[in-house]
Design a protein around this ligand. Structure first.
Ligand code: AMP
Ligand code: GLY
Length: 432
């Protein structure tokens, strides 16, 4: 089969790496890809939001299956455009992508379907939102309705912070039309966990649980980033918690979308808070997570192309997905200054020395510059390793990471380790 992956990050490198192992593969393309993806696929210089050009390319190269990484093309309707031309594509329709494309849609859907989530209010005008804030209890969370490159959520400790969030989103319009409506919601306390399900519209199966590390510094301090590392499984996603997540969140979401005429095909990503009252949904994403995918995909033993095909054809219930019981840890390396100002173009050394059966380096922001691999983005690489348990996987990932270097390099030193220490203190077992 000829397969096209849309995207250019670590998530897409992990997907290409796994697709490359499939017996179904003839040729693998990635648009636009990156320096690492170029080593295993043919990269084509098409932007992820240029749906016309992606479609032309897929038709001209006789692409049999397309996998969409990021949310932007999904929300813009890439799946509908491909399906209209008879092309097979893994991802939700534009209508189903509203689960990520509009926080208001997602919250109203959750309310209709009795999916546990934070209590909320929607506002169309800044003055009304500000009046509400005057009498509200803090902390609370202010969210722009539309997508804002992961920056539209403000967790506010007090009134001035919340007013400033409303002002930035609705008056200054720093996210453009994504901020014409906002959601103000209760701030949930607990453990965060990401649970992703592959869906075919009617059936689904849940992928191994994972944990992101959004803050730039150790101990979850500093500004949010695109993710400084991930691991799978999450020690908090014990069997009981996973059963609750599936019964109370994933199952009603898939059934609800089906019953409401928007069957969900693709990856449904539930960002969850495990609260003392049980799991609650913080958000839905309509795609693979980044960097969660980098630690989930190496734990799948089955042929991922067979999974995608079964999902596209509505027969997920007919296949059995095999998992690797080992744990996986992915540690991102970033250039100094990230997530603020940083420079590109530093030569990356030591990559060849890190290859073995359990370790793989997923590129996120790299570029081939005349035969030399250089940094080209905020998160440059994700050094990923499997191990018998999380501790072993983390040790191996950090060991491999020591061999790689570029100028002004930065990474967190506590990916997975912080949680391992907490788990040891709590005497808990490994999750699923
Ligand atoms: P989202 O883009 O909705 O996942 O929000 C980004 C991050 O903000 C989440 O990963 C949480 O850490 C935090 N967050 C979002 N909503 C809430 C909430 N209701 N309570 C507490 N934290 C939240
Ligand atoms: N890791 C969070 C996301 O992919 O949105």
């Amino acid at each position: 089969m000829n397969i096209l992956v849309i995207g250019s990050g670590g998530r897409e490198h992990a997907l290409c790496w796994k697709i490359k192992q499939s017996n179904h593969l003839k040729r693998l393309y990635c648009a636009p890809g990156n320096g690492g993806i170029a080593q295993i696929a043919e990269c084509v210089d098409i932007r992820v939001d240029d749906i016309e050009a992606l479609l032309r390319f897929a038709l001209s190269k006789k692409i049999d299956l397309t996998i969409v990484g990021p949310e932007v093309p999904l929300i813009a309707g890439v799946v509908d455009a491909f399906v209209k031309k008879g092309l097979k594509i893994f991802g939700p329709s534009q209508a189903a992508s509203l689960l990520e494309g509009s926080k208001v849609f997602a919250k109203e859907f959750m309310q209709r379907r009795n999916i546990p989530t934070a209590a909320y209010q929607v506002f169309n005008e800044a003055v009304l939102a500000e009046a509400f804030l005057e009498t509200a209890a803090f902390p609370l969370v202010v969210k722009a309705d539309g997508i804002a490159a992961g920056k539209g959520v403000y967790v506010c400790a007090h009134l001035p912070e919340a007013k400033s969030a409303v002002h930035e989103i609705m008056v200054k319009k720093i996210f453009g039309s994504a901020g014409s409506r906002i959601v103000i919601e209760e701030c949930l306390q607990g453990r965060e966990v990401s649970v992703l399900a592959v869906c075919d519209g009617k059936h689904f199966f849940v992928l191994p649980s994972a944990q992101d590390h959004k803050r730039i510094f150790d101990d979850d301090i500093g500004p949010n980033t695109g993710g400084m590392g991930s691991f799978s499984p999450s020690p908090w996603a014990q069997a009981e918690a996973m059963d609750q997540i599936i019964k109370q969140i994933i199952e009603p979401a898939v059934r609800g979308m089906y019953q409401e005429g928007n069957p969900f095909k693709g990856v449904l990503f539930a960002g969850l808070m495990l609260t003392k009252d049980g799991p609650k949904a913080l958000e839905f994403n309509v795609r693979f997570g980044d960097p969660e995918t980098q630690s989930i995909v190496p734990r799948l033993q089955s042929d991922i192309v067979e999974i995608f095909l079964a999902a596209c054809d509505g027969r997920l219930h007919e296949i059995k997905v095999q998992r690797d019981q080992r744990s996986c840890v992915c540690v991102a390396r970033a250039p100094g200054g990230y997530p603020g100002q940083y420079q590109n173009g530093f030569v990356i050394h030591g990559l060849d020395e890190t290859k073995d059966d359990e370790r793989v380096v997923f590129h996120a922001g790299t570029k081939n510059d005349g035969g030399v691999l250089v940094t080209h983005g905020g998160r440059v690489l994700g050094v990923t390793s499997k191990g018998a348990n999380l501790q072993e996987a983390a040790l191996k990932a950090y060991h491999a990471l020591q061999k790689i270097s570029f100028e002004h390099m930065f990474f967190r030193r506590d990916i997975a380790i912080r949680f391992l220490n907490e788990r040891a203190a709590n005497g808990r077992d490994q999750g699923r």
